[in-house]
Ligand binder design. Structure first.
Ligand code: GDP
Ligand code: ZN
Length: 287
């Protein structure tokens, strides 16, 4: 059996990349294989002939997201525009939290810096000080593209962001810059309009994949445990644990080390506000 990666699922067929030149195999799955197979999954296949085969086994997943179904993402690039549409901290926070929840390392990318550099820099300063790598780019002028490309080798990188921020423009710049793409996957699997709701992995190079996440939606936080919620803010985690009450939710409780850190400016007020806002929706749902 041979190991490969599912890069597309269409009409009951799975397209498996064996990470060898010209090695895309069209597979059916073994009937006894009951688990759902996601794009991004690592599988073991038997190769039949003429680039066809059968999936025999699903290998363990490192992580997954539900919408769209995708597995084994090494990092997520959350894209926002510096202008049109204007960025929104609450939305950025929610997307970062969704990544944290899934165990996927997120970066932030401010596109359209040609339109408003001041906003892009303000976002970068803010989120870098929360511990998130933040890039400033322009798909239009090409600024920052080298730094973005330097994040990609030997990883599977997912791109997410609300519509209009320039996700497609950035992806086509990334793909257009890489000659290998043309002969490799993209010529065999065309990105058609009908596939926009599915995720399809594009291969740039050996072990280097990028994937769009159409409709990547924020987690429904209402179902989270309030204690779990706090863990989605890595920049705030160092400050909890010294609260007077072990059940502290860090709002109005006395002697709370989190609200103290907010007052002392060690935790950013805006991030804490996101926490409180989401916590309120969770508590309302539980009532
Ligand atoms: P998507 O919905 O996120 O895939 O966004 P698109 O890639 O379709 O881009 C939306 C619009 O923004 C298009 O009109 C692009 O030409 C424009 N756009 C994308 N990137 C940039 C950029 O860096 N600067 C400027 N000024 N416009 C951009
Ligand atoms: Zn507290």
């Amino acid at each position: 059996m041979i190991k490969g990666k599912v890069i597309k699922n269409y009409n009951g067929y799975y397209y498996i990349d064996l990470d060898l030149p010209e090695s895309l195999v069209e597979c059916r799955r073994r009937g006894k294989l009951k688990q759902k197979i996601l794009v991004g999954d690592e599988v073991e296949i038997t190769v039949l002939d003429n680039h066809t085969g059968v999936i025999e086994q699903l290998l363990p997943r490192r992580n997954e997201i539900r919408r769209p179904g995708l597995a084994n993402i090494d990092q997520m690039v959350v894209i926002m525009a510096a202008q049109s549409p204007a960025p929104n901290r609450f939305l950025v926070d929610k997307m970062l939290m969704t990544c944290e929840y899934a165990g996927i390392h997120p970066h932030l990318c401010l596109n359209k810096c040609d339109l408003d550099r001041t906003i892009a820099v303000a976002y970068r300063d803010f989120y870098e000080s929360c511990g998130y790598k933040t890039l400033i780019v322009s798909a239009q002028t090409g600024e920052g593209m080298d730094e973005l490309l330097s994040l990609l080798p030997h990883k599977m990188t997912a791109f997410a962001g609300p519509s209009g921020v320039g996700k497609s423009s950035l992806l086509s710049r990334i793909l257009g810059r890489n000659d290998l793409t043309i002969g490799c996957v993209s010529s065999k699997i065309q990105r058609g309009r009908h596939t926009t709701r599915h995720s399809e992995i594009m291969k740039l190079d050996y072990k280097t994949y990028v994937v769009d996440t159409p409709g990547f939606s924020s987690l429904e936080f209402e179902h989270l445990d309030p204690k779990e919620l706090f863990c989605l803010f890595p920049d705030m985690i160092p400050y909890f644990g010294n609260c007077r009450f072990s059940s502290c939710l860090h709002r109005t409780e006395p002697d709370c080390s989190v609200t103290r850190a907010v007052a002392e400016g060690k935790i950013k007020k805006e991030r804490y506000e996101t926490y409180c806002k989401v916590l309120t929706t969770i508590l309302e749902r539980k009532r």
